[in-house]
Structure formats: structure tokens, C-alpha cells
Write a protein that binds this ligand. Structure first.
Ligand SMILES: NC(=O)c1ccc[n+]([C@@H]2O[C@H](COP(=O)([O-])OP(=O)(O)OC[C@H]3O[C@@H](n4cnc5c(N)ncnc54)[C@H](O)[C@@H]3O)[C@@H](O)[C@H]2O)c1
Length: 430
């Protein structure tokens, strides 16, 4: 089977590379020329552990190729995975499907034989129906449109792809289902977690999964607020409720709120879809509001820690990405916190393992390329992202300032130990 991946970002590049690792011939396409030129030279555009080695190996084996030629790549392939972005349309809160429909129009022009068109991009329920209509209108050549939502997590993407909790395939076509089941066979042989359903159900499964996980995060964050006012450690609550198998212990870590490229946009698109189909997802709406206001709670706490004296204070962020293991800055809490602190006259600097970020668009925000120098003059250190290298710091001596403080948004340290060591340490939910 010849596979064409359109959109070589976090999802497309990982999926294409892993499919080639399984022995398939894959062409990864992108309309970003620079990205493709770099990939051809072995320069990987994203930070994703393990990806570079896999790409190099499969390019060498001539199973993996890169191209900007979308027309020929489609014509020469049997299965086309649409992996372009579906960001939020800021005016309507809908998923913006213009990138998806551009690819669909390219496919329409190049439908020269039976093909399976797969949406791996997260698309609202009934998008597959629309795609089918567009492709049907002129062309008599047979095709199937299938939904195969992707569940990989940045930072763990290779493992998630190779050892999936489940592979969801939404189609009524037996032929397409058989071909895709065969494609995924090496991954589902052991676990048999292949879930075949209708196309609409597959589309909704993705949104419902993300909305549910976002709900868990917001839930524990609100419980953390209660813990802070009742002198309880939220970690005790997470552990205590997580032992209940019906609840499970994952996604119960209180922190700065969910961010990234998926949860914020997918919860918002789901609410818009629900309105379109005349239902009210009031729980998801509350989750969105709760998460949106989360940063205000953090800022209040920062003000409290600093006794409302932020002007001219040196504040250092350890990590700025929305989570560890990725260079992705989309919807990171730092994007809200840092501009506020700059506005208040603080001197903000940051150390980030994946390097300097252009997102702050402000020359007052300083990048420092090692932890020691980043922290040595800090009045306040904010542990923003739980990178492993922040887990064993000597917080007792990290700054030269006399009364420096630490605000740990990831609860990486024991408050008791910090107290013993006379470190002025603040965490979430306690
Ligand atoms: N990032 C994740 O962790 C993740 C996980 C699961 C699902 N998803 C979903 O997968 C989709 C892709 O997400 P992503 O994070 O990989 O996005 P991304 O922005 O990293 O990558 C999208 C790529 O598509 C390219 N592109 C856009 N239009 C194109 C066109 N017409 N032809 C060729 N290339 C084109 C862009 O240049 C970009 O490289 C989204 O719908 C997202 O919701 C993402």
C-alpha cells in the first residue's frame, strides 16, 4: 500500500514515519517548502523524542519520502491521510476547516483510481459526509472517506502511535475497513484494540475523549482551589480518588490549566457543534470557562506571594511550553502569565530545554540558556513545565537573592522538605 500523508506537522510527520517503520511506502507532503527542504536534509522541524532516528532510518531504507508536490503524491497513492491543522476560528469558535477542504479539492483533481481518504485531523461530526459530497459531485471513480482520529500525545507521540490504547476506524465500507485493519495489524495484533464504528461516531469519539480529559483536569484544578483554602494537599485527594477504578488516577494532577493545540480548540469546537445540532453541552462550556479563568487564580497567587510588589522584581520561568517533551507553545499558560508580569514592571526571564521561543514578541522577556544563570538573580522562580531536569534542583541554593521564593505550578517537590530546608516554596492546591 502506498500511503500519502498531507500535512507534515506533529501528527502527520509522526504517523507517516511510524507507518514507514512498519514497512509501508510513505510520502509526507507539506505546502511549507522550507519544512520539506529541511526534512530532505534530515533537519526535523519539531521536537519529538525518538522521531529523528526513525526518520533517518526510514529515509535510508527508501520507505519514507518528503515532497511539496501534492498532485503527484495523491495520484501515486492508495491511502491518503489528511493531517492538516484544524485551528479554532476566532470569530465563530468553530473548527476552521479551510486547510482540510483545500486538501480535499487537491484530492478531487487527482482522483485517478480507487483511494481511501482518511481524516486524521480532528474534524467535527459530519465533516466526512461533506468531504464525500465534494468528491462525489463530478468524479465517477470510486473512493471511500474514513474517519481515523489520532490520539497521540506530543512528547510521547512515537510510543502512543506504536502502542495505541485503541485504533478507531469510522466507515461503512467493508473494503476500506479491511484495508485499514490490515495496515494497523502490526499495532493491534497484541491488544486487539481496533474499534470499528460509523464515520460520524469516530469523529465524535475524538471530541468526546478530549472534552472528557479536559473535564478531569479542570475538575481537579477546582478541587485544588478548595484544598488551598482548607489546608489539604490536593495530591492526597488525587491519590485517594484515583484508587477508585471507576475514576482512574490519570489526568488528576492539579496545575496551571490545560493548554496545547488540542484541548482548548476541541472543547470549543465541540460546544459549537452541539449548538449546531441544537443540544447544550453545559458541562463542557463550564470546563472551558473554568480553564480560561485559571490563569487569573495563578496571578492572584503570584501577587500574594510577592505581596503585590512585582515592579522591578526578577521573575524566572523554568519551562514555558505547555507540557514537557515538546516545543509546542500553543495555549501555554506562560503566554498569559509572562505578558501580565511584564506589564506590572517585572523583569522576566526563562530557561526552556527546547530553546528560545519567539512567541512572547517582547524584547523585555529574556531567554537564558541554562538553569543556573536563569535563576541566580531571581526573586521568584516559577516552575511552569514539568521537564525532568527541573525535578532534582537544589532549591535551597538556586538564587543568590536573600528572600527568593518558588512557585511550583507542577507540584514537583515536597512542601514539608522545603519547609525543613527553609525554602520559601509555594505549590498548587495546598
Ligand atoms: N498535535 C497533537 O498532539 C494532535 C493530536 C491528535 C490530533 N491532532 C489533530 O491533528 C491535526 C493536525 O495537528 P498538528 O498538531 O499535527 O498540526 P500542525 O500545525 O503541527 O501541522 C499541520 C501541517 O499541515 C500543513 N498544511 C496545511 N495546509 C496544507 C496543505 N494544503 N497541503 C499540505 N500541507 C498543509 C502545515 O504546513 C503544517 O505543517 C489537527 O486537526 C489536530 O487537532 C493533533
Amino acid at each position: 500500500m502506498k500511503i500519502c500523508i498531507i500535512g507534515s506537522g506533529y501528527v502527520g510527520l509522526v504517523s507517516g514515519t511510524c507507518f514507514s517503520e512498519l514497512g509501508n511506502k510513505v510520502i509526507c507532503v507539506d505546502n511549507n517548502k522550507q519544512k520539506i527542504e529541511n526534512l530532505k536534509k534530515g533537519v526535523i522541524p519539531i521536537f519529538e523524542p525518538g522521531l529523528e532516528e526513525l526518520i533517518i532510518r526510514n529515509v535510508k531504507q527508501k520507505r519514507l519520502n518528503f515532497s511539496t508536490d501534492v498532485n503527484n503524491s495523491i495520484r501515486n497513492s492508495d491511502i491518503i491521510f489528511i493531517c492538516v491543522g484544524t485551528p479554532t476560528n476566532k470569530n465563530s469558535n468553530k473548527a476552521n476547516l479551510k486547510y482540510v477542504y483545500k486538501v480535499v479539492s487537491d484530492i478531487k483533481k487527482n482522483l485517478n483510481k480507487y483511494k481511501i481518504i482518511v481524516t486524521k485531523s480532528t474534524v467535527p461530526v459530519t465533516t466526512g459526509d461533506q468531504i464525500e459530497k465534494i468528491l462525489e459531485s463530478k468524479n465517477k471513480i470510486k473512493f471511500d472517506v474514513v474517519s481515523n482520529p489520532e490520539f497521540l500525545r506530543e512528547g510521547e507521540a512515537i510510543r502512543d502511535f506504536m502502542y495505541p490504547d485503541r485504533v478507531v476506524i469510522g466507515t461503512d465500507s467493508k473494503k476500506a475497513n479491511n484495508i485499514l485493519k490490515n495496515l494497523y495489524l502490526p499495532l493491534i495484533k497484541k491488544t486487539n484494540r481496533y474499534f470499528h464504528t460509523t464515520r460520524r461516531a469516530a469523529e465524535l469519539i475524538k471530541y468526546a475523549s478530549n472534552a472528557f480529559l479536559a473535564t478531569k483536569i479542570s475538575f481537579i484544578n477546582e478541587i485544588a482551589n478548595l484544598c488551598e483554602n482548607t489546608n489539604i494537599d490536593v495530591k492526597e485527594i488525587s491519590a485517594g480518588i484515583g484508587l477508585d477504578n471507576r475514576i482512574g488516577d490519570r489526568f488528576l494532577r492539579a496545575g496551571p490549566g490545560y493548554g496545547g493545540s488540542c484541548f482548548p480548540k476541541d472543547t470549543s469546537a465541540l460546544v459549537t457543534t452541539s449548538k449546531q445540532f441544537k443540544t447544550n453541552l453545559s458541562i463542557v462550556k463550564s470546563v472551558i470557562n473554568s480553564n480560561k479563568s485559571r490563569y487569573k487564580i495563578l496571578l492572584n497567587k503570584i501577587n500574594k506571594i510577592m505581596k503585590n510588589k512585582l515592579k522591578s522584581k526578577n521573575i524566572t520561568f523554568l519551562g514555558v511550553t505547555f507540557k514537557p517533551g515538546t516545543d509546542d507553545m500553543r495555549e501555554a499558560a506562560s503566554l498569559k502569565l509572562i505578558p501580565y508580569l511584564i506589564n506590572k514592571g517585572s523583569n522576566v526571564s526563562y530557561y526552556e530545554p527546547t530553546g528560545i521561543k519567539s512567541n512572547f514578541n517582547n524584547n523585555k522577556v529574556k531567554y537564558i540558556n541554562n538553569i543556573k544563570d536563569a535563576c541566580k538573580k531571581a526573586d521568584l522562580i516559577i516552575i511552569h513545565t514539568e521537564w525532568n531536569e527541573f525535578k532534582q534542583l537544589n532549591l535551597k541554593k538556586i538564587s543568590n537573592k536573600k528572600n527568593y521564593k518558588i512557585y511550583d505550578l507542577r507540584n514537583l517537590y515536597s512542601p514539608e522538605k522545603m519547609k525543613k530546608n527553609k525554602v520559601s516554596y509555594f505549590s498548587i492546591g495546598r
